[in-house]
Write a protein that binds this ligand. Structure first.
Ligand SMILES: [Zn+2]
Length: 152
């Protein structure tokens, strides 16, 4: 299993749940420094099955897209997931009151398509996505529509 978390906050709860299981690889990209303060790049979990990607606020959107894709590549080097879970936090969009990332809807679509294409190769396209953060309701709604469209 691969879990990909693009919520603007570190997936500290998810990491705590899965880091003891070497068969679950977890990639979290998050703003740094930022709440909850965990998720340093050198925190790889006890089995080195965690890839934390701390990122500064206010970078170009492509910096976040590229960093997450590189993280996914590292997490799947020599590891073929049987299913992919997405922690789809839309507080990583530009304009969110609780985050400083700069993603737009086109980047949500780009990342989603990238994950689906990879999952098609790994595991017959088995992707499950769960809505996480997002505090600008109009933006979250639009991002959900975009994300679901790209998943389909
Ligand atoms: Zn969040």
């Amino acid at each position: 299993m691969l879990i990909i978390d693009w919520d603007v906050h570190h997936g500290n709860g998810t990491q705590a749940l899965v880091e003891d299981q070497s068969g679950i690889h977890f990639v979290s990209m998050h703003q740094w420094p930022w709440y909850p303060g965990t998720g340093a790049a050198n925190d790889r979990g006890p089995h080195n099955s965690v890839w934390n990607i701390p990122m500064a606020a206010g970078l170009a959107p492509s910096a976040y897209v590229d960093a997450l894709e590189r993280g996914i590549d590292k997490a799947t080097s020599g590891f073929v997931p049987d299913i992919v879970l997405v922690s789809a936090g839309f507080d990583s969009l530009a304009g969110d009151p609780l985050g400083g990332f700069t993603l737009e809807l086109e980047h949500v679509a780009q990342l989603t398509r990238s994950i689906v294409e990879r999952a098609n190769g790994w595991c017959g396209g088995r992707v499950v996505s769960a809505l996480e953060g997002g505090y600008a309701p109009d933006r979250v709604g639009a991002a959900c529509v975009t994300h679901l469209g790209a998943l389909a």
